[in-house]
Design a binder for this molecule. Structure first.
Ligand SMILES: C[S@@+](CC[C@H](N)C(=O)[O-])C[C@H]1O[C@@H](n2cnc3c(N)ncnc32)[C@H](O)[C@@H]1O
Length: 234
């Protein structure tokens, strides 16, 4: 066997494990759902996320009209949607709060640009998307409602974050969290990424939010409505 042949064989045998690992990795990734692939990485591929978040099949289980009715949004309500992404809820809010303002807050500038272009295209002058910081949503005014769908678990240092959030809320303002229940569901992130309803309530109660009853009944998600606990000592 010539020297060149030996060298090629050595090179191929060195590459083989890498090829195997890559193939195995690709297979594992294919086996994951779209939502599972969102964990702990960025949401900067706008086209891809628009297909996922705006999929009309989502309406069946997300039930956006029921959510809006439960929350009770009026024409003049001023709303901030944190983790607004491609605008699934903010666009619907803006169609109801026609005399109010809707701020879509996200930390991905591509998504912010996308939602602003969508607001212009869909003629919603009351909808504006804004780039927030991971630890501060930077909402431009005090709002009546802060809405957070499928984003709560992405926020780090939540105690500090939600303490700081109060400065952007009207004294009568409300905070609504929609997120996936624990358990094996056909949609949503892996179970270990989710936070149980009780955990969210516990975390937010500690920093001065008060759970209020509501009538929402979604198949896979809980809807938690909080107001500010005025009796909480500073
Ligand atoms: C799973 S998506 C939810 C999208 C949207 N709420 C919906 O229901 O279609 C999470 C979004 O939250 C954004 N995000 C993650 N951490 C954030 C933070 N600290 N502040 C604001 N947005 C955040 C991500 O960029 C992404 O667009």
């Amino acid at each position: 066997m010539g020297t060149m042949k030996i060298l090629i064989l050595l090179l191929l045998s060195a590459l083989l494990p890498v090829t195997e690992i890559t193939a195995q990795h690709l297979k594992q990734r294919r086996d994951l759902t779209e939502h599972e692939r969102t964990e702990h990485h960025r949401f900067d591929d706008v086209e891809k996320w628009a297909r996922v978040f705006e999929d009309t099949a989502r309406d069946e289980w997300q039930m956006p009209n029921e959510v809006i009715e439960t929350i009770g949004i009026a024409k003049g309500t001023v709303i901030a949607d944190i983790g607004s992404a491609t605008g699934y809820f903010p666009v619907r809010f803006a169609r109801v709060a026609t005399e109010g303002r809707v701020y879509g807050i996200d930390i991905e500038s591509n998504l912010v640009d996308y939602l602003n272009a969508r607001a212009a295209r869909e003629k919603l002058p009351n909808l504006k998307s804004i780039l927030g910081d991971p630890d501060d949503p930077k909402i431009p005014e005090r709002v009546d409602l802060v809405f957070i769908c499928d984003t709560y678990h992405h926020i780090h240092k939540r105690g500090k974050y939600f303490e700081n959030l109060k400065k952007y809320m009207q004294p009568e303002g409300r905070l609504v969290i929609v997120d996936f229940r624990k358990g094996d569901l056909p949609v949503g992130p892996k179970d270990e990424m989710k936070l149980a309803e009780e955990e969210v309530v516990r975390e937010l109660t500690v920093v001065g939010y008060q759970l209020q009853p509501n009538s929402a009944q979604l198949p896979y998600q809980y809807v938690l409505v909080f107001d500010l606990n005025v009796n909480q000592p500073e």
